[in-house]
Design a protein around this ligand. Structure first.
Ligand code: G4P
Length: 305
């Protein structure tokens, strides 16, 4: 089984060639823009960041969008907003799918690009819109975001001097233009934890994963951090507890009648069902990286460095 070998590590075979190309394209594109709009998945705000984006985006205005905020814990969303703000980013909570939170972007862009706007004014440059690029790792919602944000209002401005041939700018209004193709970045490779979290939210190819193992890991996390919604979803209260992840899995098998022929529990089916319930928000709004725990991890890494 290839899944066993990979564990939750990234698919190295796929990435290297694309990585160099993506990075080169990003460098090219970033030189043309004023503002980097970086999408992260609110359920894993750090694991869904690209490790090089801060280097690539230095000297540019920065806006982080906590996307899929509808699936993440609202309290954690607030904490993560504060976390990024403290680190000098402009940040907003959004739901690219429904468009929630998108109205706040335009004023935020103005705030983030105030220096550039002032500089232009002093130099007598008028009406030069802020140019922005949307970036993020696969599956964070970049295309969905561009579609909802630019919507029908967009007009493609086509090629113009100073713009690499073929690049299309979407003119949102007289103040903002968006590069129509998002910059795809890669996630962090080094950490198995990062791989695991990305696998949980469905950002890795499920075919190479051990779904039952992944489901056990998720159950362990939910039992520790989100016991109540988990219990409610699968009527675990009535069954009594305490539950280990293995016991919880058996319970889900029973509760959802996942059996093979001969009443043998079908753990694979139950695992798939659990992962699907989690990914679509049916267990509740869940964040896999709590701000407090990640800060502790960061501090202990700094301590050992
Ligand atoms: P990408 O360009 O960054 O690779 O991501 P893309 O827009 O393709 O979005 C990936 C998936 O995430 C899509 O789901 C999309 O609908 C969903 N998505 C994007 N933003 C949000 C959000 O804010 N909230 C929620 N709940 N989902 C979001 P899909 O399953 O691939 O497609 P579909 O079933 O939605 O059509």
């Amino acid at each position: 089984m290839p899944g066993k070998e990979y564990g939750y590590r990234m698919n190295y075979q796929w990435y290297p060639g694309h990585m160099t190309k993506a990075k080169r394209m990003m460098q090219e594109n970033i030189s043309l823009i004023d503002l980097v709009i970086e999408l992260v998945d609110a359920r894993v705000p750090l694991s869904s960041r690209n490790p090089d984006i801060d280097e690539l985006g230095k000297n540019k205005s920065r806006l982080i969008l906590l996307n899929k905020s509808d699936l993440a814990d609202p309290t954690e969303n607030k904490r993560w907003m504060a976390y990024f703000r403290e680190r000098g980013f402009h940040v907003l909570e959004v739901n690219a799918k429904t468009g929630q939170g998108l109205k706040a972007i335009q004023p935020k862009v103005k705030e983030a690009c105030r220096e550039k706007i002032e500089r232009d004014k002093k130099r007598g440059i008028r009406n030069r819109p802020v140019r922005a690029i949307v970036v993020g790792i696969p599956n964070v919602g970049k295309s969905t975001f561009i579609n909802s944000f630019a919507g029908k209002a967009c007009t493609k401005t086509g090629n113009r001097p100073g713009v690499t041939k073929g690049k299309q700018w979407i003119r949102l209004n007289k103040e903002l233009e968006l590069l129509d193709t998002p910059g795809i970045l890669w996630p962090k490779f080094e950490s198995e934890e990062v791989g695991k979290r990305l696998a949980m939210i469905g950002s890795m190819n499920d075919e190479i994963l051990q779904m039952t193992e992944l489901a056990q890991e998720l159950l362990a996390y939910l039992l520790e951090h989100y016991r109540e919604p988990l219990f409610e979803r699968y009527q675990m209260e009535e069954a009594g507890g305490p539950f280990t992840p293995v016991q919880a899995m058996s319970h889900i098998c029973e509760n959802r009648k996942c059996y093979k022929k001969g009443q043998e529990p079908d753990y694979e089916k139950a695992a798939a069902l659990l992962m699907d319930d989690f990914r679509s928000g049916r267990i509740g709004r869940i964040t896999l990286e709590t701000c407090g725990e990640m800060q502790e991890e960061e501090q202990s890494e700094e301590g050992t460095a």
